[in-house]
Design a protein around this ligand. Structure first.
Ligand code: FEO
Length: 167
């Protein structure tokens, strides 16, 4: 059974993951509005991944006999300067999520909750991948200065991304 402190903290992370989903969906709509439909697709796939993360916390809380408490979701940012600005805000966001996950790991250590530590390891690894993917795209965007034929080609590549449930 989960102790109260961890139950509260895991519920906060469940909410943070739903906020992440919302944030990516907001970026997807912004990018669709500036005709970057490939990048909009990439963000929509990310929206689905974040819902998957949220549901992973949801199921874990239930499996451990805890109570899921769904809280309100904060409204996300809706405007950016350009596509580079969008990916810079993604990177900042994912770095923040990484620190939230690391903080949860610290709490699970203090509470000596080995099952939660094992569960959180998946998220620790996932965050490495999330940050690396965003860094790669951001580097490529900077190489082409976020415009022109390079942007057109990159947008086409982004259109190929499809959601597959992570393992
Ligand atoms: Fe759920 Fe992008 O971290």
């Amino acid at each position: 059974m989960l102790n109260k402190r961890l139950e509260t903290e895991l519920n906060k992370q469940l909410n943070a993951e739903f906020y992440s989903a919302y944030f990516y969906l907001s970026m997807s709509s912004f990018l669709a509005n500036i005709n970057l439909n490939g990048f909009a697709n990439w963000m929509k796939v990310q929206f689905e991944e974040e819902q998957f993360h949220a549901l992973k916390f949801y199921q874990y809380i239930i499996d451990r006999g805890g109570r899921v408490v769904l809280d309100k979701i904060e409204a996300p940012q809706i405007e950016w300067k350009n596509v580079i600005d969008v990916f810079e805000s993604v990177l900042k966001h994912e770095q923040k999520v990484t620190s939230l996950i690391n903080n949860l790991v610290d709490i699970a250590y203090v509470e000596k909750d080995h099952a939660t530590l094992a569960q959180l390891q998946w998220f620790v690894t996932e965050q490495v991948e999330e940050e690396a993917n965003v860094n790669d795209i951001l580097d490529q965007l900077k190489m082409i200065d976020g415009k022109g034929a390079g942007l057109f080609m990159l947008d086409r590549e982004m259109k190929l991304r499809k959601f597959t449930a992570p393992v």
